[in-house]
Design a binder for this molecule. Structure first.
Ligand code: FNR
Length: 187
């Protein structure tokens, strides 16, 4: 059966460039992967008081954790906010990492695609996210790296990729990620 991959997008806006690229990659993915977007916009900002000392955690946290637990791997799409990852994405990671000892991230093969209309391809966000992956013990695909710069110009008015070399690169990336999931994921 296909491996279930949670696609987590670090932008909440409906016209997100990151979301458009996520849809492009989903369409290019091999049959060995079943990619599903898991939304992060409804997650309350992490606060231990909401789930400790007998408190019932917010339902959105519980649902998010459940979706991630069922996933065999995680593919992140991140914009860059002030040379780092957006707070909404960091919050989702924090929510999934708790309660202590039951992180949903541990051991799941991960990939990162960072995307910006700017020239640097959201490199800062990509690498801050990598730092967190190390602590969360996620085996992270190293090559090819995916820093998509000038990304607004790679999409046509219909929101679809207008560019064959980018499409080829995304295909190469998702195939490498599929091989990574086979190699490092749970059998
Ligand atoms: C940005 N943007 C941005 N871009 C970049 O390349 N480096 C950066 O450090 C920042 N900083 C930043 C901070 C904040 C608060 C916002 C709202 C935006 C611009 C950003 O790349 C642009 O808005 C993208 O379109 C965001 O991605 P989505 O929402 O289109 O997926």
């Amino acid at each position: 059966p296909a491996k279930k991959i949670a696609v987590v997008i670090g932008s909440l806006r409906k016209d997100s460039i990151n979301r458009k690229f996520a849809h492009e990659i989903i369409a290019l993915a091999p049959e060995s992967l079943a990619l599903e977007i898991v939304e992060i916009g409804e997650l309350a900002i992490y606060n231990q008081d909401l789930e400790e000392n007998g408190a019932t955690p917010p339902q959105a946290w519980t649902q998010f954790r459940q979706r991630l637990k069922e996933a065999d791997g995680v593919l992140f799409f991140t914009p860059e906010y002030n040379r780092s990852l957006p707070a909404a994405l960091k919050n989702a990671i924090d929510v999934g990492s708790r309660p202590y000892g039951s992180s949903v991230w541990s051991g799941k093969p991960a990939g990162i695609v960072s995307i910006s209309p700017g020239a640097t391809g959201a490199f800062g966000a990509n690498h801050h996210l990598r730092q967190t992956m190390v602590f969360l013990d996620m085996p992270l695909l190293q090559q090819p790296e995916a820093y998509i710069g000038g990304a607004a110009n790679l999409l046509g008015p219909d929101g679809k990729l207008n560019n064959d070399s980018t499409k080829q690169f995304l295909k190469k990336f998702i195939d490498a990620y599929a091989a990574w999931v086979e190699k490092t994921g749970k059998q």
